[in-house]
Design a protein. Sequence first.
Length: 386
Amino acid sequence: MTHRALLVPAIAIALAACGRSEAPTPVAEPTTTSAAPAAAAAPEEKILNVYNWSDYIAEDTIARFEAETGIDVSYDVYDTNEILEAKLMTGNSGYDLVFPSARPFAARHVKSGLYAPLDKAQLTNYANLDPAVLAGLADFDPGNAHVVPYLWGTTGIGYNVAKLRERLGADAPLDSWSLLFDPATAAKLADCGISVLDDEQDAFGAALIHLGRDPNANGGDENDAVAKLYGAVRPHIRYFNSSKFIDDLANGEICIAMGYSGDVVQARDRAEEAANGVEIAYAIPKEGAMRWIDTAAIPADAPHSGNAQRLIDFLLRPEVGAGIANYVAYATPNTKALPLVEEALRNDPNLYPPGEVAAKLVDPKTLPDDVQRARVRTWTSIKTGH
């Protein structure tokens, strides 16, 4: 979410700021219960078609892979999970490796048979992955059979330090969801600009956490409670968008945003490079926050699944994983890569939270279809103000 760096990689053929998810698209049940093996028995032509988030890989990663393997990589980018999902559902996308967010997208895709099983015998670097992160995916992907964790992060608050101090005072806490959800506070920040993710899952999660409730709860009055909370601050929100806030924070166009951890770090770095006097900071709210994981997966109809396996294994090398984490400013699930991550990033508690903070992070769960549809309708009403 993308997770991403200051320049679009040269390999990317499109420019888009990363966002995590929009309103989910229903996924049909599979017509078959089996998928082709991830690694083809016969030699494959040296072609690999990759579909990833924009700005979500180091500038030299693909070039190094091509030089080492002789495989010609075609690299396309997208900026919402819905775009990826639509291509997968249509079938015959032509892509060999994709990078869906774990929940609810990869969870639905696994259930629907859209991904081929991994051939872990070919993944010599698989043991580098953090067992705790793998365990967090196993509820929808038993045995971690289909998806590999790629990067992870949190959804918290990005803010302009000077503008918030000017409006709220030198001693005001800047690590609470109340900055966005308390109407009196939001009113003080409206003039300098408030943005909220256009991401139903994270926006609902943040609201329910602020209310002291389970963000994965369903079947109660969650929709009404969230709608009431946003309704009180809706007049003060400038826009709902999952990518625009990066540049707007960096340029001083807004002063506070609900945003993805790495994206806010990118905004901070862009402001520093521009030397524009804007100081950006990121906070995981003290009440807790949503944690997300992005994954790598091989479509069941991938024409070059063996080459996809080779790229996955390449990405799992410590030095490659660290290079990606350094470039996009998101946390790596690769335990062997972590010591190679830049110290400033590795020691940033907002990117790699300490135990007491991590204990307050919540992994989203896949909700029943009827509950999800009701959430989407509520979210649409919140955004439109109707």
